[in-house]
Design a binder for this molecule. Sequence first.
Ligand SMILES: NC(=O)c1ccc[n+]([C@@H]2O[C@H](COP(=O)([O-])OP(=O)(O)OC[C@H]3O[C@@H](n4cnc5c(N)ncnc54)[C@H](OP(=O)(O)O)[C@@H]3O)[C@@H](O)[C@H]2O)c1
Length: 446
Amino acid sequence: MTIKRKTPRKNSNTIGSKIGSISAAAPVKIALLGFGTVGSSVARVLAESKFSGIELTHIYNRDVERKRTSDTARCVPGSVIWTENFDDILNSGAEIVVELTGGLIPTEGWLRKCFVAGKAVVTANKQLIAYRGASLSRLAEKHNVQLMHGAAVAGGVPVIAGMLQGLSGDQITRISGILNGTCNYILSRMEAGASYAAVLADAQGLGYAEANPSADVDGVDARAKLCILSRIAMHAELDPDQVATQTISTIEAIDFAYAKELNCTIRQVSRAQLDGKLVHARVAPMLVPHASPIAWSHGTQNMVVTSGRFGGDVVFSGHGAGGEPTAVAVMSDILAVAQRSVAVQLPVRRRGVTGEFLAPHYLRFVVDDRPGIVAGIAGALAKVGANIDSLLQHPGYPKNRLPFVITTEACLTSTMEKAVASMAKLDFMLERPLCLQILTIDDKTE
Ligand SMILES: NC(=O)c1ccc[n+]([C@@H]2O[C@H](COP(=O)([O-])OP(=O)(O)OC[C@H]3O[C@@H](n4cnc5c(N)ncnc54)[C@H](OP(=O)(O)O)[C@@H]3O)[C@@H](O)[C@H]2O)c1
């Protein structure tokens, strides 16, 4: 691995030109883009914590008058300029622009203009960093300014800062964890007995889930975060669209009952594992043994477990979302940039992605009961070389809609996908079998 030595360049417009620590005489000026949940929390943390040497000068938002006159704006000093014209930010004396609007467009263009103008950027935007992070980092570096995104993964849990500062000396080969608080809230409530539909409605009522929950429950949000972590921890740049995802919306209460019998619970698990020039990556609901730290996360908690060649496993956990926890991560990045803390940067390589993992599987069937069912399923598994490990059937269900479970010994994802496709066609099968991988403590890829 080649490490580039960095020589700070002189640029009178950049934060890098301010020598020494935060100076009371010359406060570092910051501008906020976006005054929503996180933006207004950052303004409040700034106002209440009174960090000396940091001055909020501008707030940008569309239809800004509505924001300026809102209750959340009460903490904002009268000296702050509210604007709905991005050029006002670009032409301002703000040295750090804090992007909290979200989305890819027009945000990416704004960040590019900020770098060219010599402004550092702090952002919490996971989609932007997952898809465009590498190219934005290169542009920031070219203009000798910093791009910080510690809040883009796991909100208030300092997983990015921890990986950059505390784990860059290791060779991280595997990341696994819970990166979406909404899914964790839904699944941990289902574990306690609630139905998917009821918990989703509660999550929407509490503001944890969007009216269209697809980005959370189908794994798109977690996949963006997994790609960011792969780049930070394993120096592997992945195309998020290549990472396989599986929805949690097909999980039912009965799956938790069977999982419990297998000493497991069910969680949406994001996994990435380095394997030469490839990365095995997947976001999917999995059976997680009660003994795994991943099973211990409840509610909206996030959890990340990294495995390093030299340092072994490290666990990060805490509040993954919410205005204030996320504002803490944003604020920490602002302070780091203002104090010119140098973030560790190691060369990143583009890596191919495969969704293949070697794992035991949990298969839940709903069948119209008749003789020969187990033989039909066993035949489909035998055809691909998969072995049955156990068969579980709870009593009390009608014979014409009978759920039961088979677990298999470890086999590859693609092997089991072939078997599921052929089992789905069996004439007694009332719905497509639910197939979940079972996390093993020493999870392998092949
Ligand atoms: N909320 C969390 O817990 C959390 C956690 C980690 C990371 N993040 C990330 O933090 C960022 C902000 O999230 P948030 O929850 O604060 O979102 P939010 O509540 O929707 O706030 C976004 C703000 O930006 C404004 N905005 C959006 N697009 C704009 C545009 N094109 N031009 C001008 N103003 C625009 C919105 O105005 P309107 O009011 O008009 O829509 C709103 O005030 C996102 O990237 C998100 O992924 C959030």
